[in-house]
Design a protein around this ligand. Structure first.
Ligand SMILES: C[S@@+](CC[C@H](N)C(=O)[O-])C[C@H]1O[C@@H](n2cnc3c(N)ncnc32)[C@H](O)[C@@H]1O
Length: 609
């Protein structure tokens, strides 16, 4: 996690290297290939010595250092390594279209996660990092990129020319109170950054929001790991701190920026899945909260039980126009001239949603665009199409992965509505929801309805992903969105049902809900399914396991194959109940009831006799 090492006192943290030097006068350290400020005497920022040493070793030993490297993902063991190695880090900037050939100054480059992204995008990167071990990590991460130079220095000790097209402060501005000894450290840091920019240059900032909704829900402040310390403005003097949107905008204007544009990464800027532009919140008919509510922000300490469910609150916040103020983080682009129009003339970008955790060809960026009052959606491979070799063209395989355009469907996210029924503890609403889903599948998604045993009906290839998270409840009822996959193999409705409950089976809120409503049933999921007319037998479990493994084996090849035993574990089907029809089970249940009431009657008779 990003934080300062054990307190070293303000004196040391605030000390500036004696001489300010231009980057051109830094001295190349042959061993590490980092360029050093000759007067640099160490730097107090650290994720922990052991953490950074391990990271340096990982980077040195890894062959594939690219932003999408699965080799690096395999080495994630904890939050700091996830922060430095996850491909999701780069979702923050993927939609920036002016990086190729741009002169980019990265202020506070850390261990090089963002540096790597900027370098791969073809920018001429000067990455400045105060901590030597972190600078060495950044150099290792970019060792094959000639367009990246890594410098080690406190950035206050650099004599910058006003020459950069882009300067970045990604997760850095909030640390300025620990380095700039003044009444207005954030302002000083922003002013310093502004002076590095060429006349048309842009400053890109990513920072947490002091008023982020997750903090109201009880998440500890991301840097200080204490609840409410930011909301109550209890930041100790000289400590890391952040501000809210209006304050940050005012500081930027004070620092001399005349054009300030906010964007909103969700769940936060560290590992964003979605980035929204300002336009998303003013575009008629577009409901960003229906996307935002699909993901929770993380409590990085992992210690606290949320005081309320953040995901349920976003729609209320959204309908009241408050998302920009309560977003958990900001991505800000500021400049001293009006920003040049984006390369994408015409449609305005509202949002981008990313899937970056799949095997490389299957990762996707989904853009939401507005033009002439219409919102449209376009899916593209996340990496360059030439890297996404084979994507969308797997005609010999059992499934096809599709990119392209689709219509935006206004309405509420259906899985979130099911979660809401759980939060409201309403079994009736939840079951109604399940029935509506099954009805939709039987009506629109089967090749032919099996009249005797409807869940055995085979689904259409493009309904393979028709689970509640890909449904929207709109004016005309349910609609299937995100039609990304076609599965050509045999797949029944029962498989879809198992897929959804496989996802739910790890959710404590869902399991608690079941315990409350089926207190006497060990096999509560099976009981719930019975109530919507679905019986799961061995054949359905086996079919689910095969379909799942066939798709996952390709899209998530590193994931251990699913087994029927694992499914049985969460289904808790009693072995003696397997492979029986519903009627057989009902008859046996009837016998059991008779037996137990006979026993009770016998006990009653024996106590009075
Ligand atoms: C939270 S980390 C973010 C690192 C990187 N930008 C990223 O997103 O992965 C903040 C980094 O900024 C560096 N930093 C903060 N203030 C600095 C300063 N005055 N001079 C140089 N580096 C600084 C810290 O050493 C640390 O590596």
């Amino acid at each position: 996690m990003d934080h300062l090492s054990a307190p070293k006192g303000r004196g040391e943290a605030g000390r500036v290297d004696p001489t300010k030097l231009p980057l051109g006068e830094f001295v190349l350290d042959e061993g590490s290939a980092v360029r050093l400020h000759p007067g640099h005497e160490g730097f107090p920022y650290s994720d922990g010595q052991g953490v950074e040493e391990r990271l340096l070793q990982v980077l040195t030993e890894t062959a594939d250092l690219s932003t999408m490297s699965r080799e690096l993902v395999a080495k994630i063991t904890d939050w700091p390594s996830e922060y430095h190695l996850s491909p999701e880090r780069h979702n923050l900037l993927r939609h920036f279209d002016r990086l190729d050939g741009a002169r980019v100054l990265e202020l506070g480059a850390g261990c090089g996660a963002v540096t790597r992204f900027l370098g791969e995008r073809g920018a001429q990167v000067s990455a400045v990092e105060g901590s030597l071990i972190r600078a060495r990590c950044a150099r290792q991460r970019c060792r094959d990129l000639d367009n990246v130079e890594v410098y080690c220095s406190d950035f206050r000790s650099v004599e910058f020319e006003a020459e950069y097209d882009v300067a970045t402060l990604i997760g850095v501005l909030e640390y300025s109170p620990t380095f700039f000894q003044s009444q207005q450290p954030l302002l000083d840091c922003l002013t310093m950054a502004r002076k590095t920019l060429a006349p048309q240059g842009q400053l890109v900032i990513a920072i947490e929001n002091q008023l982020g909704l997750k903090y109201f829900c009880g998440s500890p402040e991301d840097h200080l790991s204490r609840q409410f310390v930011g909301l109550e403005d209890l930041y100790p003097p000289g400590s890391v701190r952040t501000v809210g949107r209006a304050e940050l905008a005012a500081l930027l204007r004070q620092a001399g920026f005349t054009s300030v544009t906010f964007q909103y990464p969700f769940p936060d800027y560290k590992l964003p899945r979605f980035v929204f532009t300002e336009e998303a919140f003013t575009c008629p008919g577009f409901a960003p909260w229906e996307i935002i509510r699909q993901q929770s922000a993380r409590d990085y300490t992992g210690r606290n039980k949320a005081l309320m469910d953040e995901r349920s609150v976003w729609p209320v916040v959204g309908r009241n126009g408050l998302i920009p103020d309560l977003a958990n983080s900001f991505l800000v682009v500021a400049s001293c001239t009006a920003l040049p129009p984006s390369k994408h003339a015409g449609p305005a970008l509202l949002a981008v949603a990313y899937t970056a955790d799949r095997a490389v060809p299957y990762n996707v960026a989904t853009g939401f665009w507005a033009e002439d009052g219409q919102v449209s959606i376009k899916k593209e491979p996340l990496t360059r199409p030439d890297l996404a070799e084979g994507a969308g063209d797997r005609s010999n395989a059992a499934f096809v992965h599709r990119f392209g355009e689709e219509a935006y469907v206004a309405g509420s996210h259906f899985e979130s509505e099911l979660r809401k029924a759980i939060r409201a503890d309403s079994l009736d609403r939840y079951v109604e929801g399940l029935q509506a889903w099954l009805h939709f599948v039987y009506r629109h998604g089967v090749v032919g309805l099996d009249e005797r045993d409807a869940p055995r009906s085979l689904i259409r290839p493009d309904f393979i992903d028709c689970v509640p998270r890909n449904l929207v409840l709109g004016e005309n009822g349910l609609a299937l969105i995100d039609r990304e996959w076609e599965y050509r193999g045999r797949c029944s409705v029962a498989v879809l049902v198992l897929r959804y409950f496989d996802m739910c089976s790890g959710d404590p809120a869902f399991l608690e809900f079941l315990r409350r409503h089926f207190p006497r049933r060990q096999d509560a999921i099976a009981a719930l399914l019975e109530s919507v007319g679905v019986q799961i037998d061995d054949a359905a479990v086996q079919e689910f396991v095969e379909v799942y493994n066939e798709i996952c084996g390709e899209v998530y090849p590193w994931v251990k194959p699913l087994t029927a035993t694992r499914v049985d574990t969460w289904l808790r089907r009693h072995p003696s109940l397997r492979n029986r029809t519903y009627a057989e089970r009902a008859i046996r249940k009837g016998f059991r009831l008779l037996r137990s009431s006979a026993r009770r009657a016998w006990r009653f008779v024996s106590t009075i006799g």
